[in-house]
Design a protein around this ligand. Structure first.
Ligand code: HEC
Length: 166
């Protein structure tokens, strides 16, 4: 009863009605749609001439006796599956499809190699690539990533079987 009295007397006194509640805060901006999935850059074609840093790595692999090694796991499906997991460490630079277009690669002074470039892929032996995966290419962002000998063969098996599949 008291409150009814108070209310009536309030309005009776000519008080302005209470202000409308403040407008609801604007809804949070709709998040931008995710960027489109990367489209594989076209593989370069034509002859490959190694730059001095890559050439130095090839020479070091040769001096270490790695050049002539062959991949003991080539074509092995289980090795390819294991290599796919290791490849997660590579795709930030070499790209999900091996086209050298990973997100970090764009910012590098020396672009990651494109595994899809036939002439470059053919220019080194599996043993040289294995040595590079284990030892990196000095002076570039291709650093050793801590793979074991077996894991390095497995990731090569994956690149051959899936990324270079024609
Ligand atoms: C931080 C970036 C980065 C990461 C991560 C990376 N690479 Fe590289 N990779 C490079 C760059 C840069 C080159 C050298 C390009 C050049 O010399 O022209 C290279 C070169 C190579 C080469 C030599 C290719 C050739 O024919 O000369 C191989 C093989 C290779 N990477 C494999 C891998 C594998 C496998 C992984 C993952 C385990 C990996 N890389 C991770 C940046 C990276």
């Amino acid at each position: 009863m008291l409150s009814v009295y108070l209310l009536t007397s309030l309005f009776a006194c000519g008080e302005a009605p209470p202000p409308p509640p403040p407008a609801a805060p604007p809804k949070a901006a709709v998040p931008a749609p995710p960027p489109p999935a990367p489209v594989a850059a076209p593989a370069p074609t034509g002859p490959y001439t190694p730059d001095p840093l890559a050439q130095a790595a090839y020479d070091a692999a040769k001096a270490a006796g790695a050049e002539a090694k062959t991949n003991p796991k080539a074509g092995d499906a289980a090795a390819s599956a294991a290599g796919k997991i290791q490849y997660e460490k590579c795709q930030i630079c070499h790209g999900a499809t091996g086209a050298g277009d990973g997100i970090a690669g764009a910012a590098l002074p020396q672009k990651p190699s494109q595994f899809t470039w036939d002439e470059r892929w053919a220019a080194t032996t599996p043993g040289t690539k294995h040595w590079i995966i284990l030892n990196g290419i000095a002076g570039t962002s291709m650093a050793p990533l801590g793979l074991t000998e077996d894991q390095a063969w497995e990731v090569l098996t994956y690149i051959e079987a899936e990324l270079r599949k024609k």
